[in-house]
Design a protein around this ligand. Sequence first.
Ligand code: SAM
Length: 292
Amino acid sequence: MQNLSDPVVIKSILSKHGFTFSKKLGQNFLINPSVCPKIAEMGGAGQGAGVIEIGPGIGVLTHELCLRADKVVAIELDSRLLPILDETLSEHKNLRIINADVMKLDLKKVIAEEFPGLKVVVCANLPYYITSPVIMKLLGDRLPIESVTTMVQREAADRLCAPLGTRESGAVTVAVSYYCEAVKLFDVKRGSFLPSPEVDSSVIRLTPRKNPPTVPDEKLFFGIIKALFSQRRKTVLNSLSGAVGDRDTALKILEISGISPTLRPEQLLMDQFIAICSAYSDTVNPDLSRPQ
Ligand code: SAM
């Protein structure tokens, strides 16, 4: 097995295949040898586990996953990487590579077909340009997965894992904490990648809740969250007034919810977002439930 963390080895493999990095596809490959084993271990790749990896690149994390898990399915969009993966991971018989855009793939079907009888986890060094959409797809589709352990940009990690009610929280924090528990596992410096990105990263783990909170209508709930955070400097009253169309209705919703109109969206907790949603659906026609 070649050392896929060694920049000299990586450059020689890539030049042999005439491969050049695509910035557009978020191609920053890991070269810090301690990171992939840690993601695999902390991500639950082990006996009895099936692992979905998103974006294997040249296979540095895939190799660590294959060493530990019963089966690995790696989804790679860039078909130029397929002959490289064939070469670098030829020793692993428990690996299937799917050449597809993860955003367009029916992951429920993949899980049912590829991992019967296994507990399923997702491990990845996600391409940064689609971090949030991929996470929302994994969580929103309610896939039968135990956890998602992934590298994301440090700023995204801080936002995704922020406690509600703090300045760092945003619409994505509310959405993620609705579906799961999010924890930051460890930080990774920009020099751990080839090419080196302009920002540092962190590895986070998302664990879907067995019993997510109950809301009257999920679409409406997420519509309200989006509207509230669309202007985070405004008070909840102003954001809600803009969303519902008039100040009196917004005031009424906040009164029913028991929420001070002068609070800012980032100061609210999950119960308060849910209360706004319930009061809204009791009070007005749920226009916000339309996809925006
Ligand atoms: N796992 C490798 C590593 O850690 O070195 C590569 C990670 S690199 C940050 C992201 C990978 O995701 C690239 O291989 C890129 O081609 C792939 N990718 C980008 N967009 C994708 C998509 N929509 N679906 C599947 N893979 C994608």
